[in-house]
Design a protein around this ligand. Structure first.
Ligand code: MG
Ligand code: MG
Length: 272
């Protein structure tokens, strides 16, 4: 409990348990949204589904009203990387949509994102999504007690680079999370291992690689929110909120707590 050096918030076990409840709301909501994505649906309709799901589970949307944001999700399509505003845009076959979602339970936040193909997409887009999700899991799996935050960054970057030629967005990064959605420390998706705050029990992090088929360069649209790739290339984005307990890694926004993927990656599961 309380604040350690550099403003990192360390949560008590019962506070992590509240974050798990928020994380389940987010995870379940994203699964509903994954099932709702289809050609012909608007991002505003997806947003309404999300808000209903979050409130129906007794939680509050983190994003709605955040610095004036008007949605309960961010809906970012094709060359939009993150922070797309739900609206009139209607999805079409061949699109890829990133849906980012946050929920608050008893003052504690969960934050996660998925990228979903709309119908058939080119093979390179499917691979882009697989590389981005794989990089997120490699980052999560690199977290251990006594390690450092950039061990995660290095693992994300390493997986992407081993997978081929992609742009790793540097303008936006993962983050600490807890009693606020965005807290120190930053969790970049690139860089050397062994830097940044020590990974201790009670630290919670949102790990969220944003990967493109082109360069890493991004620009913000005139709506002051939507981040697009400068070169127009498609982007993918996956995110989970996670923590490390004395027994292993616990992915708070994964419905199974991350148990299945962590087992594949040889990492002890730390959920309770
Ligand atoms: Mg997010
Ligand atoms: Mg986030």
């Amino acid at each position: 409990m309380g604040l350690l050096d550099r403003g990192v918030e360390i949560k008590a076990p019962e506070q992590i348990d509240a974050m798990r409840r928020a994380g389940l709301v987010v995870g379940e909501t994203l699964e509903i949204l994954r099932g709702a994505v289809r050609a012909g649906i608007s991002t505003r309709e997806l947003d309404a589904i999300a808000e209903d799901s979050i409130r129906g589970r007794g939680a509050t949307p983190s994003f709605l009203g955040y610095e004036g944001f008007t949605g309960s999700i961010c809906a970012s399509v094709n060359d939009e990387v993150v922070h797309g505003i739900p609206g009139d845009r209607v999805l079409a076959a061949g699109d890829v949509i990133s849906i980012d979602c946050g929920a608050i339970v008893d003052g504690w936040h969960g934050d996660a994102a998925i990228s979903v193909a709309v119908g058939e997409v080119p093979a390179e887009v499917t691979t882009l999504m697989e590389v981005t999700e794989g990089a997120m899991w490699r980052g999560i799996a690199a977290a251990r007690l006594g390690g450092r935050v950039t061990d995660i960054s290095h693992a994300v970057e390493g997986f992407v680079k081993r997978s081929g030629r992609y742009g790793i967005v540097e303008d936006y990064v993962g983050h600490g999370i807890g009693s606020a959605m965005h807290q120190p420390p930053n969790v970049p998706n690139f860089g050397r291992a062994g830097k940044g705050p020590k990974i201790v029990e009670g630290l919670a992090l949102a790990i969220e690689p944003m990967i493109t088929l082109g360069t890493k360069e991004t620009v913000v649209l005139d709506d002051d929110w939507t981040v697009i790739t400068t070169d127009g290339s498609y982007a993918a984005h996956f995110e989970h909120t996670m923590t490390v307990t004395s027994s292993g890694v616990w992915v708070l926004t994964a419905i199974d707590g991350g148990e299945e993927m962590l087992a594949k990656l040889g990492v002890p599961f730390g959920g309770r």
